[in-house]
Structures are given as structure tokens and as C-alpha cells.
Design a protein around this ligand. Structure first.
Ligand code: FAD
Length: 484
């Protein structure tokens, strides 16, 4: 349905031969990122290093001044208009290692691009070297072991198409164009997490290129610290070139949707909050406010139709003022694809719908009518019961992962969108210290520390061990622990 961006086909190997004034200027800018080293020496070293890197790359390489640079640096969220030093479409793991070696040697930050769908635009960064994994598209499914292995640039639609062909599935997000790694490394707001845990809970192995250029295999008894950290800690620890996911049988979801419109949104939210306080693991649920059509609540029950019908009666009784729209569904690899846009977001992980939170969200809905969207997704069951310190992902316990978003097409509407998400995001903070890191704008260290809570000190230690210079900082950044 959507007109989302396709991968850039404008890159040619010839591009990397071109070294213009633009590139030299960009290198000088990149050198500014390195404190305490004479700028000219760094710049000279970087220019030579960049040429060398360009020559040695197996994949394509673009830098400022190259044809196609301006198109290639665009990410899904057009609000982020960033100018990287260069963009390397890595063809293989050696390319990734070359890029990391260049970045380390010249103190140039790395921006990792997987599926390009970061709300915060992290796949591209000013003056950074972009490591683009768009060519890491392999998906292989081992039906007997019930494991799918995917390259670091695979999108949800490609993963699910392959697993569904084997009659299997793993919890993933709702948009087929989103990158699997970008989603799963940060945790995952996924369907089916009540029964199977969320995306990061189903990572059983990974391959990662560290800031030192080492290629490490991660699993429960191999490089355990990193294996723990990447399950929730995002792209902070290196370039993930492969992820292995546990697979499950496909279940039908029996659904009821209640279109509630614009009246009594706060009350409807409280009813929703009561319904989801305790649910069977088979349940998935969300409450949405569309900018155009107002509120709706929906519930799905995976598996047995009779158990589903009995359970959904409680929802019908609770929302009896509107007629339920009933349906069944199976996992859909394409999902709901959003066209490339400009959008501002804020997030909050609510432990329930308190009167205060319902009041804030109801006011947000009314104030944002026509331009603001609210999404609250239930996280429960297995995903909620995983221990807080078992993985780095901090959103444990039953909760509602809440996303405020506001898109604009005309530049003059940007301020309104940003104001709305900021105002109501702030107003929600007293009810939710935590938030899903993929649903918030680029955030300061103190917010990231607060979100990871009890897991932050261990994350900071692991960061200090594997990325002491913080090369991987185009993300919700975990600062390397400062040793005293
Ligand atoms: C339309 C849309 C729908 C969405 N729906 C959902 C949803 O249903 N559930 C959900 O949980 N989230 C959802 N999200 C949020 C999504 O999980 C994040 O935006 C995520 O960052 C996208 O990953 P990406 O690889 O596409 O992004 P990119 O911009 O390519 O990457 C973002 C960052 O992720 C990290 N990263 C990505 N790949 C790698 C890698 N291979 N190795 C190391 N680090 C890596 C890096 O830090 C990178 O900078 C949605 C986003 C959009 C735009």
C-alpha cells in the first residue's frame, strides 16, 4: 500500500573514485568529533584513510560530492536531514571490519543503518561513517531446530515470508519495511509476546563486529555479557551481522475491534485499562487514537476459537455502546507499511491506565485531533514475566507501550507536531519513568540511564569494555562507564 522508499540504486563503484572538495571538507568536519588531537593531522589522516577505505571496499561507497549522496542519506523519517562523512554499503563482513577499523583509527563515529526506519533517524548521522547493512539480506530457516537466521539488514517482511513458508513465526513488529535488527536489538513492541516473549527474548544467537574489528559469536554460553547486552541495549555494542531467532507454530488470532470515536475517550481508556490488567497469555490488545477517526480498542486471542469467543465476550460487554467488528487474522509479512514521512514521536511504558494517565491521554487526543496519533500496545504474559535483569531490555512486568506520534508534510506544521508530542510526553512522565527506546526522540544520557534502570550499570561496563571510545553512538546512547 505504501510508497515507502526503496533501497538506493544510484550508487556505483565509480563513486568512490571521486574525491572532491566536498569530501575533503567533510573529512575535516569528521575530524572535529575527535577531541584532543590536532584537527589538521586528523583531517589529513582521514582523507588518506577514506581514500584507502574506498579502494578496499567490496561494496559501494559514497561520500559528499558523490552522485546520489543526497538521495542515499535520506532515512524513513525525513525530519532528520543529516550529512554523513561517507556511506558504505557493506558487501560482506570484511567490509564491515574495514569500516570499523577506519572509524577507530580516525575517531569517526559510526552510524549503523539496518532497515532505515528509526523514528530518531539513527541510521544516519552528521560527520559519521554510515555502515549500511542493506546488502545483508540472507534469511535461512531451519525447520527442525525451529530457528531462523537473518542478516543484519533484513526487513520484517523478508523474515516472516521465509518463516511462514515453513509454517513458523517469531514475534515481530507490525510494519514489514522495518529492519529486524533495529527492532529486536532494542527489545520489540510485538504481536504474540504474551505467548512467546518479545523479539529480543527470542534471539538465540548473533554475530557481531566489535569496535576492535573482532568478529564474535554470541549465545547463552559464549560471550555471555554481550549476548545479554544486545537483547535490549540496541546498536550500542557493535555491528550485528547475523541474528538467530527461535520460531513457533503459526496461530490464528480471533479479533474484536471497537470503534469509539471522539466522545468519552478518557472513560474508554479506563475500561481498556481494566480489561488488560490481567489477561491470558493468548491475548494481544491495543488502544489507538487516530488523528482522523478518533479512538478504537482492539483485542486478539491466539489459538482456540471457542476459548477466544468466550474471552472476547468480556470485551463486548465492557464496550457495549458500540458494535464489535469481528475478524480472524494470520501473521502478515507486509503488515501496515507507513510511507516515508516526517514525524515527531514520544514514548512511555505505562504500568496501567491510572486516572491521571487517562486524563493526560484524553487531553492529548482532543488537542491533537487532525494531527496527533496515540498507540498503546499491551505487553504481558511471557514478555512481562522475563526477569528484569535476565536481558538488558527493561520493559518487564505488564504494561502499555505508548507511542505519541505526529506527522507533517508542510514545514510550517513541524513546530505544532513537535510541541504536541513534547507537551504530552512530558505530562506522561510522572506515570512512566520507562519507555521503549525505539519510540522516543534522540535522548540525553540521564533519560537513557533512567529507562534502563537497574540494568544500566552493567550495560555501561560492557560498553566500556567493547566500545570505550563510544564509536557506536548514533543510538539511544549508553555511555562507557568512566573508570576511576
Ligand atoms: C513505520 C514504523 C513502524 C514501526 N513499528 C514497530 C513495531 O511494530 N514494533 C516495534 O518494536 N518497533 C516499531 N517501530 C520502531 C522500530 O523498531 C525502530 O524504528 C527501529 O530502530 C527500526 O530499525 P531499522 O533497522 O529499520 O532502523 P535503522 O534506522 O536502520 O537503524 C536504527 C538503529 O538501530 C540499530 N541497528 C539497526 N541495525 C543494526 C545492526 N544490524 N547492528 C547493530 N545495530 C543496528 C543502530 O543503532 C541503528 O542506528 C516502527 C518504526 C516505524 C518507522
Amino acid at each position: 500500500m505504501a510508497n515507502h522508499r526503496s533501497d538506493c540504486s544510484l550508487w556505483t563503484r565509480r563513486d568512490f573514485i571521486h574525491v572532491g572538495l566536498g569530501a575533503a571538507a567533510a573529512v575535516a568536519l569528521g575530524a572535529r568529533a575527535h577531541a584532543g588531537r590536532p584537527r589538521d593531522a586528523a583531517a589529513t589522516g582521514s582523507v588518506a584513510g577514506l581514500n584507502d577505505l574506498a579502494r578496499r571496499m567490496h561494496g559501494r561507497f559514497l561520500r559528499r560530492g558523490s552522485p546520489g549522496y543526497d538521495d542515499a542519506r535520506k532515512v524513513w523519517n525525513l525530519a532528520y536531514d543529516r550529512h554523513p562523512l561517507a556511506m558504505a554499503r557493506c558487501a560482506d563482513i570484511d567490509d564491515v571490519r574495514r569500516c570499523v577499523a577506519f572509524a577507530r583509527r580516525h575517531s569517526v563515529p559510526v552510524a549503523i543503518r539496518g532497515g532505515g526506519h528509526s523514528y530518531a533517524g539513527f541510521g544516519v548521522a552528521d560527520d559519521a561513517l554510515q555502515v549500511d547493512l542493506g546488502a545483508f539480506t540472507t534469511v535461512s530457516v531451519d525447520r527442525d531446530r525451529r530457528v531462523a537466521s537473518v542478516g543484519g539488514g533484513v526487513k520484517i517482511r523478508n523474515l516472516l515470508t521465509a518463516t511462514l513458508a515453513a509454517g513458523l513465526v517469531t514475534p515481530m513488529g507490525s510494519c514489514g519495511a522495518v529492519g529486524v535488527a533495529g527492532l529486536a536489538l532494542a527489545g520489540g513492541d510485538t504481536s504474540g509476546r504474551g505467548l512467546f516473549g518479545t523479539a529480543c527474548d527470542n534471539i538465540v544467537g548473533a554475530q557481531l563486529v566489535t569496535a576492535d574489528g573482532e568478529v564474535l559469536e554470541l549465545r547463552s554460553h559464549q560471550n555471555e555479557d554481550l549476548f545479554w547486552a544486545i537483547r535490549g541495549g540496541g546498536g550500542n555494542f557493535g555491528v550485528v551481522t547475523r541474528l538467530d531467532f527461535r520460531l513457533y507454530p503459526v496461530l490464528t488470532s480471533h479479533n474484536a475491534q471497537f470503534d469509539l470515536g471522539w466522545s468519552g475517550i478518557g472513560g474508554a481508556m479506563r475500561i481498556f485499562g481494566d480489561l488488560v490488567r490481567e489477561t491470558p497469555d493468548e491475548v494481544r490488545a491495543k488502544f489507538e487514537v487516530s488523528a482522523q477517526t478518533g479512538a478504537s480498542a482492539s483485542c486478539g486471542f491466539f489459538g482456540d476459537p471457542a476459548a477466544a469467543a468466550a474471552y472476547l465476550e468480556t470485551w463486548k460487554a465492557a464496550f457495549r455502546r458500540v458494535e464489535a467488528k469481528m475478524s480472524t487474522s494470520l501473521p502478515n509479512p507486509e503488515g501496515e507499511v507507513w510511507a516515508t514521512t516526517s514525524v515527531a514521536v514520544e514514548g512511555a511504558f505505562l504500568e496501567g491506565v491510572s486516572d491521571g494517565a487517562a486524563d493526560v491521554l484524553a487531553r492529548a487526543a482532543v488537542a491533537g485531533r487532525g494531527f496527533g496519533e496515540i498507540l498503546m500496545g499491551l505487553s504481558s504474559g511471557v514478555a512481562a514475566r522475563v526477569g528484569m535483569t535476565d536481558t538488558a531490555y527493561p520493559l518487564r512486568g505488564t504494561g502499555l507501550s505508548t507511542l505519541l506520534s505526529s506527522e507533517w508534510t508542510r514545514p510550517e506544521d513541524r513546530a505544532r507536531a513537535e510541541r504536541w508530542v513534547a507537551e504530552y510526553g512530558d505530562a506522561l512522565r510522572p506515570f512512566a519513568r520507562r519507555a521503549y527506546v525505539n519510540y522516543i526522540p534522540p535522548s540525553p544520557p540521564e533519560r537513557i540511564r533512567e529507562i534502563y534502570g537497574v540494568n544500566y550499570p552493567r550495560l555501561a561496563k560492557i560498553k566500556a569494555r567493547y566500545d570505550p571510545a563510544n564509536l557506536f553512538r548514533s543510538n539511544q546512547n549508553i555511555l562507557p562507564e568512566v573508570r576511576t
